[in-house]
Design a binder for this molecule. Structure first.
Ligand SMILES: [Zn+2]
Length: 272
């Protein structure tokens, strides 16, 4: 989610207040409207602002709202000039402006989408309607987490569940649980109050720091401003299987929890 926040803010910084001159999608299945309608509904609209709901980027064009879900290495790139969409640059928008053209490409959307909704209707989107509280909202409290951590599901599975907490991804869940000293396989109902407080504090702290460092990127991707994320250098356990734990030097173990590759220190992170 830090990556989504960064992309959403980048798009706003570049394109807010600008009108769309051209808009196109590569294939009908990356959006919920016909390709011609995608273009017709966006051209002439001005980007008023951007936001994020869970992992979905919200683009506010006034009379129409764009919902963009970038999955697995989907990006927003700034192209030097207009280019018809292709398999890589799946949706392309050109904005008016003085001087250089501003062309943004939303990449690899065959795994995600760029849907158009009427204003106010976006709450009905399947990925938004079931979202739990955002970690940066006032609803995300220790009390809330304590009430959600009920039952025998693993704590990792619950934190990945977007209906429990909105926007947390695999990397950050592993880092949060390491910071909190809780093993990912722990059944949620076994967690003590102090552990839940640590998970809550670590979630806020790690997400904030990751956004400050423009997220985590494992490839050579440069964002719309030509920068890369820097949080990968701060990761304590994720992708560090076989390396010594930064706290106790025990070997970090990779396993599978809740269907996802999971990294943990068997010594620092309590299994019960
Ligand atoms: Zn350790």
């Amino acid at each position: 989610m830090p990556e989504v926040t960064v992309i959403s803010e980048d798009v706003a910084a570049l394109a807010r207040g600008r009108e769309i001159l051209r808009a196109a999608v590569f294939r009908p299945d990356v959006t919920n409207v016909e390709p011609e309608e995608f273009s017709r509904r966006l051209v002439g609209r001005t980007l008023r602002g951007t936001g994020r709901r869970g992992k979905v980027i919200v683009l506010d064009f006034g009379e129409v709202v764009g919902l963009v879900h970038l999955v697995i290495s989907g990006r927003v790139l700034r192209l030097p000039e207009w280019r018809e969409p292709d398999r890589m640059n799946t949706a392309v928008l050109e904005f008016e402006g003085e001087g250089e053209p501003l062309v943004l490409a939303f990449t690899r959307l065959w795994l995600g989408y760029f849907d158009l909704y009427e204003p106010g209707e976006e709450d009905k989107h399947p990925l938004i309607s079931r979202l739990g509280p955002d970690p940066f909202s006032g609803d995300f409290t220790v009390e809330y987490l304590a009430s959600a951590f009920d039952g025998k599901t693993s704590v990792k599975g619950l934190l990945l569940d977007q209906s429990v907490v909105a926007g947390l991804g695999n990397i950050y869940v592993d880092e949060v649980l390491f910071a909190a000293g809780v093993h990912p396989t722990r059944k949620a109902h076994t967690l003590g109050r102090e552990e839940i407080q640590k998970i809550h504090a670590a979630t806020c702290d790690i997400l904030r720091r990751a956004i400050g460092l423009r997220g985590t990127t494992f490839d050579s991707y440069h964002d719309a401003f030509g920068e890369t994320g820097k949080f990968q250098h701060q990761l304590k356990v994720f992708t560090r299987a076989g390396e010594p734990c930064p706290q106790c030097a025990t070997e970090i173990i990779k396993s599978r929890v809740a269907g996802r590759g999971t990294h943990a220190c068997p010594s620092c992170q309590h299994v019960s």
